[in-house]
Design a protein around this ligand. Structure first.
Ligand SMILES: [Zn+2]
Length: 63
């Protein structure tokens, strides 16, 4: 990934996978049981669906 911008990542506290597309079918909604981070670098535990959405240019990122 070149020139990564900071955007919001979300993770359910019970899980280890981070999501970064709000249109991912597994995007955690609600904040009560979620961790939120702004991350500039690629993290090792990224959601596969988010990655493929991003690769197709369909990922809707949270600002
Ligand atoms: Zn995802």
């Amino acid at each position: 990934m070149k020139n990564p911008l900071p955007y919001l990542y979300r993770k359910r506290k019970a899980e280890r996978i981070w999501h970064f597309c709000t249109n991912c079918s597994n995007w955690p909604t609600g904040t009560f049981d979620c961790d939120e981070r702004e991350i500039r670098v690629t993290t090792p535990n990224l959601c596969q669906e988010c990655k493929s959405l991003d690769a197709e240019g369909k990922c809707v990122k949270s600002p």
